[in-house]
Write a protein that binds this ligand. Structure first.
Ligand code: BV8
Length: 251
């Protein structure tokens, strides 16, 4: 077996019984073919995705925003969980005492079998009626006429957290509790630029957690991490899980 690129303390904690949290971002889904948020064909229809993921954009042009989200749903449905998603699910299943806290809305952690996913920014697979403020699951492949409307006539929107919108306080409180009580926090595939998600790793570190960043690049978190392992999540996470003595599912 290849020597593990991970520090012995990382392996000891991964092998141990104390709680582990995996904080993930778009980079975990990159190897499933889903472009990262900043790299999200950054030229989606000539626009910056972040300019489309706002309530102002939706109020201005709900049809355009719905075309963006319909495109993202189609890409996410066609994608398959990759070795990174499967490795985290395998670790949770065999080790226990583990949570995935994700910024992603694609649903791939859940499809990989992770059972206790905290979705900080909601999901593509739920809709909200803007008139009734009612949410419901919707996994349809074909959404039909856009922008989507509720039977009540109100505009439907994706049940995701847009820029400028608050996160669900209960979800954020649960995520903060998870990182405060974790012994090991794996920060995987995120540029650590969007708050409050990016504040979770510093909270964990102040509470005494061992912070391991897995990313091909450096990020604003890198110099605060106890360990930065350079590389792809789909390569490194299975190696971490195997080096910690657990079986890894094949992608
Ligand atoms: C809020 C859901 C308050 C929708 C998303 C100025 C300064 C500081 C902060 C702000 C500011 N102006 C505004 C803010 C706040 C703002 C913010 O943080 N802005 C940023 C841009 C500065 N935050 C908010 O608005 C949040 N809300 O603050 O509310 C409030 C309180 C009360 C009342 C009213 C308001 C809400 C933020 C949530 C926005 N929604 N997504 C959707 O997805 O469509 S954000 C979206 O972008 C993602 O969810 C994610 O959070 C973010 C993208 O980040 P990443 O996931 O990290 O992806 P990225 O592409 O950036 O990086 C990918 C990484 O992977 C890279 O590092 C790359 O190297 C790596 N990688 C690539 N390949 C691989 C890999 N790693 C491993 N393996 C690979 N193979």
């Amino acid at each position: 077996m290849l020597a593990s690129p991970f520090a012995s303390r990382t392996l000891a904690l991964a092998r141990g019984r104390e709680p582990v949290v995996a904080l993930t971002g778009a980079g975990v889904s990159a190897e499933s073919g889903l472009a990262t948020f900043r790299g999200a064909d950054g030229l989606w229809n000539g626009r910056d995705p972040a300019d489309l993921a706002t309530p102002e954009a939706f109020a201005r042009d709900p049809h355009l925003v719905w075309r963006f989200y319909d495109w993202r749903r189609r890409k996410a449905r066609a994608a398959r969980p990759n070795a990174a998603h499967l490795a985290l699910a395998a670790l949770e299943r065999q080790r226990g005492a583990m949570r995935v806290v994700t910024q992603n809305v694609d649903g791939l952690h859940q499809r990989a079998g992770s059972a206790s996913v905290l979705s900080l920014h909601g999901t593509l697979w739920r809709l909200r009626c803007t008139a009734e403020n009612r949410e419901f699951d919707d996994e349809r492949a074909d959404l039909g006429v856009l922008p989507l409307r509720c039977e009540c006539g109100g505009l439907l929107r994706p049940a995701v957290v847009w820029f400028g919108e608050p996160l669900d306080p209960a979800v954020l409180a649960e995520a903060e509790h998870a990182v405060r009580t974790a012994a090991l926090v794996l920060v995987v595939g995120t540029s650590s630029m969007v708050v409050p998600a990016a504040s979770l790793a510093p909270i964990a570190r102040r509470a005494g957690a061992w912070i391991v960043e897995i990313n091909p690049d450096r990020t604003p978190l890198t110099r605060h991490a106890d360990e930065h392992v350079t590389g792809r999540a789909g390569d490194l996470l299975p190696r971490l899980v195997a080096a910690a003595g657990f079986d890894v599912e094949v992608a």
